[in-house]
Write a protein that binds this ligand. Structure first.
Ligand SMILES: *Cc1c(COP(=O)(O)O)cnc(C)c1O
Length: 405
């Protein structure tokens, strides 16, 4: 793009015209304290149905206290990269706890999940190799493959048969299969056992990015792999993020000691960046402890998901087949989806409209997310509002067909 104002403004205008312009809303803490469930936006209090704070931990006082205490001890920032002087005892203890929690030998902290995926994929793949990914994988997995010298091939969403067929054709070159555990915009769980078998058959790594499963899925919150009954041996690389169910910030990759050691040597998004603030690691440790001791949060979340699905089905809303806290409601068309989101906001509910290119055009959706903090009356009220706002939407089967592409 040439540096002239005309090109920039024409590009922005085109985004606006096609209803693809992204906008931020400023969240305020008017009462002196931010309430994640009831964010204040433009002087109005909304009920938040689109955060990833699934267990209601982000605003928990124990996290903030741990963070403040650690900031007094360690200061505001790490001061350097992990491999220079930034790797504190606080970071190290968190890595050990994450390894233990995920049942792996070792874990390595990254500053974000985006950087973790890029680091892991580029560290383990290279020229003349093939990476196989689900078509609906998170952008960070796709971008990791783009930064690698390996070739990226994509299989049909959640279709292990298609993955197996492509793997067969590239048997010699396939080195990595990567998938979201819970798909971030669809909420369904990947066919992990079948993908593990494909990866194993071709001596390839399986990388599971469980950003939305960790802390949420499985009997003890260990994530999608626990839910699917897939062992660490069958899913050797697990990426987890700490800014969603854990309510904090950061990410990690867990695996056996050797592969984690190699990632540490090679991942540029690990090596060439400042370590997380130690105080953030301390907040995450507090979250991990709550996650272990308060199973009721997961149980409440499951009940909230069930209630939403039941009420939404009774009202004829176009849900996708998801058992996770991510419960998208299809509203095809960027304009229609934005309008529905706006109409919900006017009724006091904050639900994000997800458009292309985040999801394929024609499958735009309201991405409803549920948390342990939502009450049944709040969920029922959301469903009523959705039914009202979407009363002129096309029939559910037509919508589902649109989403099958
Ligand atoms: C949110 C998300 C990430 C990125 O994690 P951040 O820590 O927010 O950078 C990676 N993968 C998936 C599937 C996600 O949903």
């Amino acid at each position: 793009m040439k540096r002239d104002a005309g090109t920039v403004s024409a590009t922005l205008q085109a985004l606006r015209r096609t209803e693809q312009l992204r906008e931020r809303r400023i969240v305020q803490a008017l009462a002196g304290e931010r309430d994640l469930l009831h964010p204040q936006v433009q002087g109005r209090v909304l009920l938040n149905f689109c955060s990833n704070d699934y267990l209601g931990l982000a605003g928990h006082p124990l996290l903030a206290e741990a963070q403040c205490a650690a900031a007094r001890k360690w200061g505001a920032g790490a001061g350097a990269a992990h491999l220079v002087t930034g790797h504190t005892a606080e970071h190290h203890a968190l890595e050990e706890e994450l390894a233990e929690f995920t049942g792996r030998e070792a874990a390595l902290l990254f500053s974000t999940g985006y950087m973790a995926n890029i680091g892991v994929i580029t560290a383990l793949t290279g020229r003349d190799e093939v990476i196989l990914q689900d078509r609906l994988n998170h952008a960070s997995l796709i971008d990791g493959a783009r930064q690698s010298d390996a070739r990226l091939l994509r299989y049909r969403h959640a279709d292990a048969g298609d993955a197996s067929r492509i793997a067969q054709e590239r048997a010699e070159r396939l080195t990595l299969v990567a998938t979201d555990g819970v798909f971030s915009m669809d909420g369904d769980v990947a066919p992990l056992a079948a993908l593990a078998a494909v990866a194993r058959r071709h001596d390839a790594w399986l990388l599971v990015d469980d950003a939305h499963g960790l802390g949420v899925m499985g009997a003890t919150g260990r994530g999608s792999l626990e839910l699917a009954g897939v062992s660490a041996a069958d899913a050797p690389l697990l990426v987890g993020t700490l800014g969603k169910a854990l309510g904090s910030f950061g990410a990690f990759v867990a695996g056996d000691r050797e592969v984690i050691g190699l990632i540490l040597q090679r991942a540029r998004s690990y090596i060439y960046t400042t370590a997380l603030p130690p105080s953030v690691a301390a907040a995450t440790r507090a979250a991990l402890s709550l996650l272990r001791s308060e199973a009721w949060r997961r149980e409440r979340l499951q009940a909230a998901v069930a209630r939403f699905r039941q009420a939404a089905a009774a009202r004829g809303l176009a849900l996708l087949p998801s058992e996770s806290p991510i419960q998208p409601v299809l509203v095809p068309g960027a304009g229609a989806c934005l309008a529905a989101s706006r109409a919900l906001r006017e009724r006091g509910f904050w639900v994000a409209a997800i458009r292309s290119p985040t999801v394929p055009a024609g499958t735009e959706r309201l991405r409803v997310t549920l948390t342990a903090a939502h009450t049944d009356p709040q969920i029922d009220a959301l469903v009523e509002a959705l039914a009202e706002v979407l009363r002129d939407a096309p029939p559910v089967d037509v919508l589902r067909e649109a989403a099958q592409q």
